[in-house]
Design a protein around this ligand. Structure first.
Ligand code: SF4
Ligand code: SF4
Length: 356
């Protein structure tokens, strides 16, 4: 059989298996865009397991972890095909039919939607509506599904991944919701039996509370971007020299936050500096106060949210309750950030005798 004939047969088998669209190799591909610690890998694994064991498809799943730490971006990939088909690649999914975004802050990176195919599905964990997400992204076609997985997980004392799993199972047309739910129950029964019920409730709510806006397929789908690194072994500077010093000014870690944010309460702060010792990313802004007797001291001014990944080490460390964890609302960080200023910043004169 020629390559064209093989591809044609794969596509026919895929259609028979209920897959609505497939690529030239008969594959239906899903990409999960997430952060370390949110459970995207487990979600991808359970979706693939449900498709293979519960729906009679063939499939594969793997994840790409980057630096493998909590809060850093990860991608998880699921490939499905008809039972008679083969998955002959383990390359990252560059042209997915479904992209599920575990935190809407990740959408700031245009590469998150890279390669989404015409007629594709975008699922986002957000407090926004599909129409608001469309406006933000200039995303006029295809399908957008939104759910507030973070609130669901907080209320059910579970994690967002099972809510998003419910949403994907609900929205992807050939997915068997019951089969995915069954795999979820079996997985938690093996690993964490005490939290099966809360995760099943989270799954059900993810499916039920999903808001969907379905439109005509886009003419061409999204471009594939960000595949090639700017530097490789042929053109990187010798010795790994940083050729662009102070380049973190363009770096924004806000995409690493997972819906919760540290909030500084100046009225409670005793300026002890313990939070500064605890913060792994030096995001706390300080000023210098000159006193009338010629001495000086430092004063905590606030948080530069550009660099804050919301690990909340500062919250745990503060002895005065002057930094608390709050739910991040749109625009809060931008409105309340106190930019880092590495040159000593004189705030005011003597404040030692001021009340509070
Ligand atoms: S640890 Fe708390 S009290 Fe001390 S400087 Fe930081 S915010 Fe202020
Ligand atoms: S949560 Fe606190 S400790 Fe963690 S990165 Fe943000 S400011 Fe630093």
């Amino acid at each position: 059989m020629s390559q064209t004939e093989t591809q044609h047969a794969s596509a026919q088998d895929a259609a028979t298996a209920g897959l609505p669209q497939t690529d030239e190799d008969g594959l239906y591909e899903i990409r999960l865009e997430s952060l370390g610690g949110l459970g995207a890998h487990l979600t991808g694994k359970m979706l693939a397991e449900a498709a293979v064991l519960g729906m009679g498809l063939n499939g594969a799943h793997f994840s790409s972890y980057g630096s493998e730490k909590k809060g850093s971006p990860i991608k998880s990939f699921v490939r499905l095909t008809a039972a008679s088909g083969e998955v002959r690649t383990s390359a990252p999914v560059e042209r997915p039919f479904v992209v599920a975004v575990f935190m809407d802050t990740l959408l700031k990176d245009p590469a998150v939607l890279s390669g989404l195919r015409s007629g594709g599905i975008l699922v986002v964990n957000t407090t926004k509506s599909p129409q608001e997400i469309r406006e933000e992204l200039g995303f006029e076609h295809d399908t957008v599904g939104c759910l507030d997985a973070t609130s669901i997980a907080l209320e059910e004392k579970s994690r967002i991944n099972t809510a998003i799993q419910g949403a994907i199972a609900q929205l992807v047309p050939f997915m068997d919701l019951a089969a995915v739910r069954e795999v979820l129950a079996a997985t938690f029964e093996r690993k964490h039996p005490s939290i099966i019920e809360s995760n099943l409730r989270t799954f059900d709510r993810g499916a039920a509370e999903l808001q969907v806006d379905q439109r005509d397929p886009s003419p061409e789908g999204r471009d594939v971007i960000g595949v090639e690194p700017a530097w490789g072994y042929l053109n990187a500077p010798i010795g790994g020299v940083v050729a662009d010093p102070a380049n973190t000014v363009s770096k924004n870690l806000s995409g690493s936050r997972t819906g919760r944010i540290p909030v500084f309460h100046k009225d409670k702060c005793i300026h002890c500096g313990l939070c500064d010792l605890a913060c792994p990313d030096n995001c706390l802004s300080w000023g210098i106060i000159h006193h009338e007797d010629g001495t000086w001291s430092t004063e905590m001014l606030g948080i530069d949210y550009q660099y804050c990944k919301a690990c909340r080490a500062c919250v745990d460390t503060c002895p005065a309750g002057a930094i608390t964890t709050e739910r991040e609302t749109p625009g809060f960080a931008e409105a309340n950030t106190v930019p880092l200023d590495w040159s000593p910043r004189v705030v005011a004169g003597d404040r030692r005798h001021e009340p509070g």
